[in-house]
Design a protein around this ligand. Sequence first.
Ligand code: SAH
Ligand code: SF4
Length: 360
Amino acid sequence: MLPALTGYSKDSLTELMAEWGEPKFRATQLLDWIWKKKAASFEDMTNLPAALREKLTETHCLHALESTTVQGSADTTRKFLFKLGDGRYVESVLIPANPALYGEKSDRRTLCVSSQVGCAYGCKFCASGLAGFSRNLDAAEIAGQVLMAERLSGERVDNLVFMGMGEPFANFDKLMAAIEIITADWGLHLGARHLTISTSGLVPQIKRLADHPQQIRLAISLHGATDDVRDLIMPVNKKWKTADLFEALDYWNSRKKQHLTLEYILIENVNDDLEQARILATHAKRLTAKVNLIPYNTVEGLEWVRPSETRCRAFRDILKNAGVSATLRLEKGHDIDAACGQLRLKQETEEGIIEAPVKS
Ligand code: SAH
Ligand code: SF4
């Protein structure tokens, strides 16, 4: 498998061109073809010498991803399934005119990006964790999802959320390398404020991002306000208890101006007790965090149930009455969003790459 040119930073590409005895401006020309002109092949890069194009073709591929399926249409949510160089699959979801869920401006196109194939964290409600962890994505495969989504849709992506398959903080270095490409003026030039990383609660990496100079946003998949509830559905809570997590979030607040988002999936008889809402309200208030309530999306093979709308609203109202900014997404059209991981699971199961998962 040849390395993808889309994984190079400006520095590393400049170094490669110097090694090849090329003039300095080659790196700039190449980056321009890749990220601005969105070239489909090395052949398209017409202002490069033929010998260089040939050398590039022999030693590199241009893109790390190949598009296989696109579900949905222009004014709805679109789901892209991408084939990786080693035959594995990842997916990205393009959501049009998303309401301002993560503090960004509304009416923007948001792309939900994957960071790993599978996930090792095994949350009990999640399709991505069902078949276990396969591998980390590299920078070309992460940043490439944005490039491919823009090429396929013909639209500019305004916001990114790292909420697709995988735990982004378990792939920290590759994630940050991809973010450099995504935010750089020579790359996709998307402002860090338009990027949201979602984590199930990896405490050391929360602190590392808090110390990072870029103003990247952070969302925490909380899904339980107390240890007993989080322990039931999120194995990560065995390692970092809610007290450790909240301490890391205080540290975040001491370093950052961006408000945190707490995500909370509502699952019937698991975490939808109204006492959880009261405790959640206390934490959210202290942290000045926004809460996104997401009724559980059915995952094939799992038996969890979404609570009634009445219960979801009652849960939200407790937060609102406590003065917490809380949103509840009840629309059915969003089912495809949170179902990230399912398309890849189906494809890889059909191809016999992974075995059909069973509930543990
Ligand atoms: N690993 C990271 C990012 C990927 S998951 C994290 O856990 O935050 C992105 C979001 O989708 C998380 O909030 C996750 O809890 C949520 N999610 C997973 N399965 C879901 C389901 N069945 N219904 C609704 N949301 C789900
Ligand atoms: Fe992994 Fe996030 Fe799914 Fe948990 S919710 S299994 S951390 S992708």
